[in-house]
Design a protein around this ligand. Structure first.
Ligand SMILES: *[C@@H]1O[C@H](CO)[C@@H](O)[C@H](O)[C@H]1NC(C)=O
Ligand SMILES: *[C@@H]1O[C@H](CO)[C@@H](O)[C@H](O)[C@H]1NC(C)=O
Length: 989
């Protein structure tokens, strides 16, 4: 949003500038009697007029606002002096038309190559900005205006290449072709332009497609005062010397994501005329130089969303003219310099999404400060009381820091409208004085340690309140005596884990609420009938999960989109949600009976999660095709029976199908081959009777395949190499009756496990709805069944244990070099342990126990430096056990049942001729966290520092519409770590 405002300011600046420069020409505001206007030029203007219609609805004229006016309509044909026409300026002596300003004139139509416009050959100023020229090309005849000094065609819907003839306009002082989104500037024309247009002071090409490297000649343009090349696709390294153009006042190169460069370290004083510097959303990097403090004229500095690092320089405090500083989304660290408190003119300061620490400096003297965004840093200390007493501050975002202490009382004079203190370590009560903040629209205190009883009465003064989030504290919201509260504007209301015991009466007055979260509370019993009137027409999101609800009679909300009733005690048959619902979460309840086929009327369902209930019977056939948008269907852990009857139609969107833990019989339905989007298929723990469904190998996105504990049988057919499971990273075929050789051929083709390239980001990250769903798959690792909630894309596992596989372990397994878990135990494998297993350097768990393996343990396994679980027990291995760091951590259990093994940790000593080899220097990984270093989930898991004994990092997502929240649980040694809130998309622009 702020970015938009900024752009808007730019536009305004520009439009004003032009008006100023135009009116400084000699103009003749004469009446008709002067007859200055030469006949041919009057005629040309009239002809031009007739080429257009007036269209006041185009985007361009919307931008113009009050300035929009159809000037040409006033061109009066009976008045012969065209110099008096609106937008026309004539030379005082010769009468020639030298200026034409038709900006914001709502013109619609094409400009033809032979347009009469080009007969106005004396023009100095031509402004046609903010019209709609119907995507016609810019005629090369523009190059004929030999005396043109100002040309503005901004946002006027031209298309095609900018003609090279523009370069003939050697007197041009100002050229603006900005927001010609369909315009392209060829590199050689750009170079020519820079070479020929030596007088240029203003060059504005925003959003023109240039898509090339920055021409060096740009740095020769010493007359430039205003250069704007945002959104042009410029890339490569920007020459430093740009920053030394001594007349430059506005330099705007941001929104070119591949444009790199550094700020000059020395001699920046030469460009002290610089007023606005915008490099936001580009790849500029390096440290912020001290020399930035020389830019004494700077009023606006935007280096946000770049790659700057290091500290924020004290010298920034020298920029006494500055009104806005945006440095968000970089990697800045250190403290916020207290010198910023000198910046008396400062209105907006945004340093969010960096790694800043230390305390918040005292900005109480900044009497113009309105916006202070410091969220997503590591700031500590208590909340300074000046913050809450500040006389001009309206927008305060301090979420996701490490602020401690209590929230001080607010003063009457505070103008605060938005307060976000979420995800800190604040404690104590919510201050009484909150009720003084009558301007408040948004209040976010969630995820702190605030305590005490909150009487909702306290918020009853806040008539403008739109957004209130008190979730995840230790607060008790008191539900008594509050029937009189009305919060007429409240739309977003979150009170998760606020110890609410019953539905507060005042909910009846929440007429306009759109999102309501009272999950993780203590509400028992049936949902009362009156609850249906809460936001009857407005409610879109309702989260009642994690309570003790036992029954629900009706689901009356007409516009409900997401309904989460999971983790309650709701009994009886499944209620069918209103047809508007997209996301229906009902897991972990006590539902019984069959799924009514009327559920298939809810045809916009995205996510249906009925897992962990007692539903039974056959499932309706229509579940396979009732919704074209369904992407998650989770029925795991119920008591469904019979064949899997679903017919999946071509073109469906299903990404995750989980039928684990039921009693399904029969074969795998062949129509699953139509689920081209399928990423996770879990049919484990059923009674499915089939051979290996090799035909699933055609599914281009399948990443997880769980068939464990069924009656799958027969050899695995690998004769069709095209069906190669290109994205598979987790496969569990354990506890079946597969026979024959290990499917070595697949090991060659599991591409997703055979390279260490960046993992695929796409895993269940579909659209916004993906965020609500906690997709879980059970994986046995390290002896525990672990439910992976949202599998990390870097997690890879093969479990073929407890089958009847025979023969050797194929050498080709070495190709799966990003594998983390390999379990081949409880089969009838024979032969040696291939030394090539040592190439699987990412392995953390290797189980080959209970087979018929013979020979020695290969020393090459010493390269498995991440190995934490290692089991070779119950084979026929012999010889010395290798010695070395990782092997020194394994106990007897890893080797029992192999009578021929000797050496540490076994008590049996090796004979002299079979001494245990001590490895020399083994390459150690420098950093245990390598496991996660390739992590490119949208969500960055933080604080990974649990050493070698790394557990699975499990992303446990609890997103709410609008304000997503993320918790990451690290399941290892019962350490649970709550992680900073990350805003989805991260940015607010
Ligand atoms: C351009 O300006 C020059 C003087 O600077 C003048 O002599 C010439 O006639 C002008 N050309 C046109 C087409 O107006
Ligand atoms: C560049 O300017 C020179 C002299 O003004 C002119 O002769 C030449 O045609 C121009 N080049 C282009 C491509 O316009």
């Amino acid at each position: 949003m702020e970015r938009l405002i900024w752009l808007f300011q730019f536009l305004l600046y520009f439009m004003q500038y032009h008006q100023v420069s135009c009116s400084s020409s000699i103009s003749s505001f004469s009446t008709c009697t002067h007859h200055l206007c030469p006949h041919d030029q009057r005629f040309a203007l009239l002809q031009f007029k007739h080429m257009f219609t007036i269209n006041n609805s185009s985007d361009a004229s919307l931008w113009c606002g009050d300035l929009a006016s159809p000037k040409i309509l006033s061109w009066n044909e009976s008045c012969t002096d065209c110099c008096s026409w609106e937008g026309v300026t004539c030379d005082g002596l010769t009468g020639h038309v030298i200026g034409l300003d038709l900006s914001c004139s709502q013109l619609y139509g094409s400009i033809h190559p032979n347009s009469s416009l080009f007969q106005l050959s004396h023009l100095h100023h031509l402004n046609l900005a903010f019209n709609h020229f119907n995507y016609s090309h810019i005629p090369s005849a523009f190059g004929h205006f030999a005396n043109l000094t100002h040309l503005n065609l901004s946002d006027s819907s031209f298309s095609g290449s900018i003609p090279s003839e523009i370069c003939h306009l050697s007197r041009l002082v100002s050229l603006d072709l900005s927001y010609g989104r369909q315009l392209r500037l060829e590199l050689h024309n750009f170079r020519m332009m820079l070479k020929n247009l030596t007088q240029l002071q203003e060059l504005v090409l925003t959003a023109v497609n240039i898509s090339s490297v920055v021409p060096m000649s740009l740095t020769n343009m010493s007359s430039l005062t205003y250069l704007d090349l945002r959104l042009t696709g410029l890339h490569g390294k920007l020459p430093d010397s740009i920053f030394h153009l001594s007349n430059l006042q506005i330099l705007s190169l941001g929104d070119n994501y591949d444009l790199t460069g550094n700020l000059p370290k020395v001699n920046w004083s030469s460009s002290s005329s610089l007023q606005q510097l915008y490099l936001g959303s580009s790849s500029f990097s390096g440290e912020l130089p001290d020399s930035i403090g020389y830019l004494k004229s700077l009023t606006s500095l935007d280096l946000s969303d770049c790659k700057f690092f290091g500290s924020i320089r004290d010298s920034l405090g020298n920029l006494t003219q500055i009104t806005a500083i945006y440095l968000w989304a970089n990697s800045l660290n250190g403290q916020i310099p207290f010198t910023l408190s000198n910046l008396n003119q400062l209105i907006r300061l945004d340093l969010s999404e960096n790694n800043l620490d230390g305390k918040i400096p005292n900005f109480s003297g900044l009497h113009n400060l309105q916006t202070l965004h410091l969220h997503n840093n590591s700031l500590n200390g208590t909340l300074p009381s000046w913050l809450l007493n500040h006389s001009s501050l309206t927008d305060l975002e301090l979420g996701s820091n490490r602020l401690t202490g209590q929230i001080p009382e607010f003063q009457h004079k505070s103008k605060l409208m938005n307060i976000d203190l979420s995800h800190n370590e604040l404690h104590g009560p919510i201050p009484q004085s909150i009720s003084n903040l009558v301007n408040l629209t948004q209040l976010v205190f969630s995820s702190n340690n605030l305590s005490g009883v909150v009487e909702l009465q306290r918020f009853s003064n806040l008539k403008n309140l739109d957004y209130l989030d008190l979730s995840y504290n230790s607060l008790s919201v008191s539900a008594i005596n509050n029937i009189n509260i009305t919060l007429p504007k409240l739309r977003f209301f979150y009170m998760a884990s606020c110890k609410i015991k019953k539905f507060p009466d005042f909910f009846k007055a929440l007429e306009n609420v759109e999102q309501l979260d009272i999950s993780n509370s203590e509400i028992h019993g049936n949902i009362p009938k009156w609850v249906g009137i809460i936001g009857k027409a407005s409610l879109q999101y309702l989260n009642l999960s994690h309570n003790f609800l036992t029954g629900i009679k009706q689901l009356p909300w007409k516009n409900l989109v997401t309904l989460d009733l999971g983790f309650n005690l709701i009994q009886g048959p499944l209620p069918v949600p209103p047809p508007s619902v997209s996301c229906f979460l009902f897991s972990q309840n006590k539902l019984t009976g069959e799924i009514p086929s009327s559920i298939c009327n809810v045809s916009s369902l995205y996510i249906l999660d009925l897992s962990h209930n007692d539903l039974s019977g056959a499932i309706p056939q229509c579940l396979g095709y009732f919704s074209n948008v369904l992407f998650v269907l989770d029925l795991q852990f119920n008591a469904f029976q019979g064949n899997i009857p679903m017919i999946f139609r071509k073109g469906n969107q299903l990404q995750s199908l989980n039928l684990n833990g039921n009693q399904f019989e029969g074969p795998v339905p062949q129509s699953l081959a139509n689920c081209r989007q399928l990423q996770a298929l879990d049919l484990g723990n059923n009674k499915i009777n089939d051979t290996f469904p090799y035909w699933l190998g055609t599914l281009p996105n399948l990443q997880v395949l769980i068939l464990r504990s069924n009656n799958f049988h027969g050899p695995i057919d690998t004769s069709k190499p095209k069906l190669s499971f290109p994205e598979l990273r987790i496969v569990d075929l354990s506890h079946n009756k597969f026979t024959g050789h290990l499917p070595g051929r697949y090991f060659e083709f599991f591409k997703a496990m055979t390279n260490k390239t960046m993992p695929n980001k796409r895993y269940l990250s579909v659209g916004s709805y993906g965020s609500y769903y906690k997709d879980s798959v059970k994986v046995t690792m390290k002896g525990f069944d672990i439910y992976l909630t949202r599998i990390l894309p870097v997690f890879t596992a093969i479990d073929l244990s407890s089958n009847k596989f025979s023969g050797d372990i194929p050498n080709v397994i070495r190709r799966l070099n990003s594998l983390i878990v390999l379990n081949l135990s409880h089969n009838s494998l024979t032969g040696l342990i291939p030394s090539s297993l040592g190439d699987l350097t990412e392995l953390e768990s290797l189980d080959l126990s209970s087979n018929q393996l013979i020979g020695k343990i290969p020393n090459h396994l010493l390269s498995l430096t991440f190995l934490e679980v290692f089991n070779l027990s119950w084979n026929h291995l012999d010889g010395p056990i290798p010695r070395g760091k990782q092997f020194d951590t394994f106990g007897n259990d890893s080797y029992v049942g192999n009578l021929g093994l000797c050496g540490f940790p076994l008590s049996k000593k090796c004979e002299d001729n079979q001494a245990q080899v001590q490895p020399g220097v083994l390459l150690q990984h420098e950093d245990d966290s390598n496991f996660l270093s390739g992590l490119t989930w949208e969500v960055v898991v933080m604080g990974y520092a649990y050493g070698m004994a790394l557990g699975l990092v499990i992303g446990f997502l609890m997103f709410l519409i609008g304000k997503p929240k993320l918790f990451v649980r690290i399941v290892e040694g019962k350490k649970h770590k709550k992680v900073k809130m990350l805003r989805q998309g991260g940015r607010r622009n």
